[in-house]
Structures are given as C-alpha cells and as structure tokens.
Design a protein around this ligand. Structure first.
Ligand code: FES
Length: 162
C-alpha cells in the first residue's frame, strides 16, 4: 500500500514587484527596514497589511516588528491616499489664527474627517504641525502649493478650484 503524500504547504502570495525591487536593493541589511518602508511607500503610495507581510517575509523579520515600525512613525501611511494631499497646519501660529475653523470648513466641504480620503479619491485631508511659513498663518498646502492667510471661505474655494 502506497503511503499518502503529505499535503502541500500553503503557497505564499508572491511579493509585489515594488517590494521585491526595494528589498533586493537592501538585501541582507535588516537595519534598512525604515528605508525599505519609505521606498516601498514611495512606490505604492501606502503600506497595506499585505505589503507589510510581504516585506516581513522578504526581509526575514517578524511581521510584528515591521508593523510596529510602520505604525510608530507618522510618515508611514497604512491606508490609501487620495490623488492630492491637503495638509492643514495646526502649529501654534496657525492654531491661534483659526486653523480649527479652516479644518472644519474643509471637513464640511469635502465631507471627510481628519486623515480621511474623499469618496472620489481626489483629496486626503490631514492635520499637520508647522508647515514652515508661520507668517502666513493660517496655512494649508495642497500637494506642493501653499495657501496662506486663509479664511474658511478661501479654504473652501481653494478646495473647489483645485
Ligand atoms: S504654525 Fe502653521 S506654518 Fe508654522
């Protein structure tokens, strides 16, 4: 009587080409995790759970460690982002100049909360610390374009016209 063959091990999903490419660039360097995460995010836009798993396998690091680093640093995004990033400054100068009202106007206009992406995928709205142009407070940026001395109305208009 023939012995039954053991069941094949579950086939792991192949890594995304972007993950393979980045990890290959840093092959054998487990200390390059932050750089790998930055470069993969630059390629894919954000780090999904699946991407984190792939990086963990490709770098032979525990997924919990990769996930821990990805969630510790605010530079990493774990959700997809919109086509345009709208950053509203809530640094001290902007805060005292009414940043809260600017954010509220944009949240009402775009129908999203902080950190969320509009339904059409056009904008991701984010609250950030100082954008480095405090004399223009309150300030926001849409991608690399700066909007200063905002009012709730001018912020809404900037969002509509962009
Ligand atoms: S505090 Fe807003 S730009 Fe500096």
């Amino acid at each position: 009587m023939k012995k039954a063959k053991p069941a094949p091990k579950a086939v792991r999903g192949a890594a995304d080409p972007a993950v393979k490419k980045v990890v290959a660039r840093h092959a054998g360097n487990k200390g390059a995790l932050i750089t790998v995460l930055q470069e993969v995010q630059a390629e894919l836009g954000y780090l999904s759970g699946q991407t984190i798993e792939q990086i963990s396998r490709a770098m032979d690091l525990p997924a919990s460690q990769v996930y821990g680093v990805a969630t510790f640093y605010t530079q990493f995004r774990l959700k997809p982002v919109g086509k345009h990033l709208m950053r509203v400054c809530h640094g001290t100068a902007c805060h005292v100049s009414g940043a809260g009202k600017i954010s509220q106007a944009l949240e009402d206009e775009l129908k999203v909360g902080d950190g969320e992406t509009t339904e059409d995928g056009k904008f991701t709205l984010e609250t950030v610390a100082c954008l480095g142009c405090c004399s223009l407070a309150p300030v926001m940026m849409i991608d690399s374009e700066t909007y200063g001395r905002l009012t709730p109305d001018s912020a809404r208009k900037a969002a509509k016209d962009f």
